[in-house]
Design a protein. Structure first.
Lengths: 136, 136, 136, 136, 136, 136
């Protein structure tokens, strides 16, 4: 019945992660590791989060991933890394990702920002991207 | 010595709030109400937050205000309203502002989002803007 | 397509709030106040939160509402009152609701607990219920 | 003077952890590791948390541990694992523990829930319990 | 049995609030408003918080109240006002109280600090104290 | 232009960490690891946090570091360790540091306090200091 919504979610994940049909959820963690204890979790992630919220109109993908990263920095969640990777995948530049984390200093303080930059730096290294020096 | 930085901050605030020299800080709360107990507070707000962080390269003003709103929603802070107003001032559409708040449901839960939408709705009414219905 | 899920959510809300078909969502706030700015919000509340999560097996309704109240106390959210009312509706005794809030002192500290008890006390007064004195 | 309260706390811990007099605090961390820097800490844990709060009437042990787990998930604290173990010890089924964590998605978001499920899954593996598949 | 501990807590509250035996808990909220729904709450506040934690050696009263205020600012709790009043009562100067709130900007961000300064300013007005201008 | 402010920040860091000109920032993390992705970060840390906030009048260094530690405990941030080290450097006794963490139990709950004490204990071991037993 809600198969359409599930497929819509999978399509959105592919779009965000540049995954293909051989590996339809790409590097996105949809909670498959919990198949044995919470078999419905991945359905909620795919249908609600990606088929629903990530598929809303109003924001483009870059704005959506920026909002995700910001929320995770403000909360200090370990999922920051995966979404920094998604950010690069949808076309956020490293400067935009760093800019978005640095922008939060006056709102969440230095410690949360330093912790998030550590994670971003690791992902940048893994993905082989670097931040362009600007005159500012 | 840091007069240039203070002026840089005031200029940024004017840019963000479309204020003019007669009312240089527009509707932005820079902590002037605390002149008697913390006379240096407004200096930190103007110089560090606006002359420094808001003047960084990397993000445009719309992205910066979106990041601010997102962080405040994630933390449940009452300053959301002022920054929704700033968002409209820098050109975020009501759809983008609502989109940015709604996007956070999977990350911060419904209660924080409902509280933030109440504030946004009030600001939209005050500012006389409305959200366009989309087919979605 | 997902009309079944929407109806499932409405049925669950009726069960939780003892509402009837004349007032199908009872006292539950499903975000209808945001019809003009986020017309899809109430759909997510009804379908995902109530048709999905609240309809999971594993916990009975009393346990589900207890978990909701606990999470809201830990986060200091204003929705505590509505869910205390839901708790009474599904058969949690006032002693259980207070017990659940008091139990959190060692985990979230006194201030959050005092704030939550204020809200619970108001709802008890509105609903005309009182807490039985126990010898303890 | 408060020896009775200390003993009451130890008794409660034994009841919760199925410990015996040879190992009176079972697997419960009462802060004994801090004997050298905060020698009064374990007294507060035993007397106040267990002799006091955990010994209140109003909730049964299963409800108390459910409330503990919920609060820790909402806050993202590493103590979740120890209290999942306590949950199993007092008779919460794995389905109830998972149900209680999954129920929080609409209130705290997916990341906190995913992190908590990882911890629960590990404890289930250590304790050799598994979650029954339900038709739902 | 624990009457001594209760009295120890009351004595500490009197010391902190400069209350006398006619009004033994002074302006301190010990949860008496919840006598009807949680009759044991005030006992926990008096015995554990004041008879126990506030009576520990290691910090003087000024340091203890400073720590309390700091924690409440970091969490955004409404109890800040009562403890600012306690701070003045134990001899913290308005400069120290403001200094302690302002110091948190790099750790918790501007919004939490602005909210806390509003509350402190109100208490200073009620208590008729003012902050001395310093050359800094 | 703001070179004076930068130097003021470095001087403050040296004062706090007992560093000398050969290693001007001592053990303080000023974000130098992010030179490649956020080259302006260390400037903000030095100029704003240390040249500005830490150089305010109103509190002495011991009070400032106590406020820092308290805020980090309340938020559960991993920077606690570095600031416990700073605390010892400016003359806070181990008893004061532990006292400040223990004092937070009624405000933030046991789990945050236990986590912070673990970090403090490690730093005490590294620095070779111990907590004096008191009769209390």
């Amino acid at each position: 019945m809600s198969e359409d919504l599930y497929q819509k979610g999978i399509d959105k994940i592919q779009e965000l992660t540049q995954a293909d049909d051989d590996n339809p959820t790409g590097f996105m963690d949809i909670g498959e590791a919990f198949e044995d204890i919470a078999p419905d979790l991945s359905k909620y992630v795919v249908e609600f989060a990606f088929g629903g919220i990530y598929s809303r109109s109003g924001l483009d993908n870059k704005q959506k991933v920026q909002a995700t990263i910001t929320a995770l920095v403000a909360q200090g969640k370990p999922q920051i890394g995966m979404h920094v990777k998604t950010g690069l995948s949808v076309g956020l530049t490293p400067e935009e990702i760093v800019g978005c984390i640095m922008h939060l200093i006056p709102y969440v303080g230095f410690p949360s920002v330093l912790n998030a930059l550590s994670v971003a730096k690791e992902v940048f290294a893994e993905e082989g991207v670097s931040v362009k020096k600007s005159a500012e």
